[in-house]
Design a protein around this ligand. Sequence first.
Ligand SMILES: Nc1ncnc2c1ncn2[C@@H]1O[C@H](COP(=O)(O)OP(=O)(O)OP(=O)(O)O)[C@@H](O)[C@H]1O
Ligand SMILES: [Mg+2]
Length: 439
Amino acid sequence: MKRQILYSPLSAKATKIMLLGAGELGKEVIIEAMRLGFFTIAVDRYEGAPGQQVAHRSYTGSLKDAAFLRSLIEKEKPDYIVPEIEAINLDMLFDLEKEGFNIIPNAKATYTAMQRERIRELIVKTGVPVSEYYYASSLKELKAACKKAGFPCWVKAIQDSSGAGSSKVKSPLDIEKAYERAQVHARGSAEKLIVEKNIDFDLEVTELVVRYFVNGSPRFAGEAGSLKTSFCHPVGQYQTRGGDYHSSWQLAEISETAEKKVYEIAKKVTDALGGPGVFGCELFVKGDMVWANECSARPHDTGMVTFASHQLGFSEAGLHVRAITGLPIPTVKRLGFDVVPILTPAASHVILAPSEGFDPGYNRLSEVMNEPGVSVLLFGKNEAHLNRRMGVVLATDPDVQKAKEKAEKAAHKIEMCTRQNPKWQKQDSLEKHIFQNKK
Ligand SMILES: Nc1ncnc2c1ncn2[C@@H]1O[C@H](COP(=O)(O)OP(=O)(O)OP(=O)(O)O)[C@@H](O)[C@H]1O
Ligand SMILES: [Mg+2]
């Protein structure tokens, strides 16, 4: 559906966007939607979630609860229902879609992307390269699978988030620990595990793909053929502690051959997922070789760098809003692909909580924020737990290495305290840090 007209958010003809999950990414999507004059509704499991602090209206409850979801949706009748988290009642999403509600990008893609086996099998079907992999449902099967994959290998719970139940298994001695970690820490399900051969990549990237309507479409959900695909420049990144985003940057240092492969692979995977919006495809790059890892059916946390590298309104959150609501996305040609231009190279680095507790405070801000090119986003979460993401530093510089350095240094200068832990502390994990480790 191509959009020409938009009515004020407080009018009876307002266009309503409902976010299911209202964390830091949802908050940005809401801000971008508000800037254009959409009416926004934030739903989250806890009161005061980041997105709830900026939306027109908010609701609190379990998104797994079918009756809760239905009651909200029947009441609000949103034009667009935008999942931002994985813990959502999927049966209800499928039902609502059948009834004509617009689920972004579509219920099937949300269902597929949230679980490793489903997304892996979808990716494999497209014929793009992936790491060698095996499944295991018991410790015995896991041992056999690890042996086949060789060491080091990766053991991951079938459904998880931020790598909580994943481990890099360096030798047979680590297998039991990895099995236990998956059972205890997986944020989803570890009844099945996937074992992957390690890929010794030079760099991992997120390809933010944007699928949107150009010439109009009879309906939204799953209409792969009527959508156009454009690409953001690949986002380079470091993941630490088994798979938690720590820093990201644009432009990623990869060859043009690899960059083309990144676009081609990401196009195939997102065509298979279908529907409009921004997708975050994770890929491994070694020289000119590229493997697909996984793909989210929504903006990606590493894509926060686009809040600084892209023009206002064109961050991954802004692109998501444009794509789902039928607004245009102008691009430039690069290597034969349609690419969203960047304004400047930039980097992001997370601000992680060094301890737990309520009412967190942040210190040394003026020192950090007095640096040209540095900005700080604090998400407004009122409760910290160890290594919870509380904010992000964004830094720009014509030289991406300098941008990374600025972001990393600033993020590690910021100190935090909570009621329970009143002493000011910095985040301390320096895994894969380029500049701090040099000292
Ligand atoms: N086969 C592999 N070879 C090399 N590194 C890997 C491999 N699998 C995972 N990794 C590393 O672990 C990180 C996390 O893995 P992955 O992306 O599969 O899980 P995740 O991001 O935790 O998934 P989810 O968000 O669904 O929890 C990757 O970003 C990468 O750094
Ligand atoms: Mg990942």
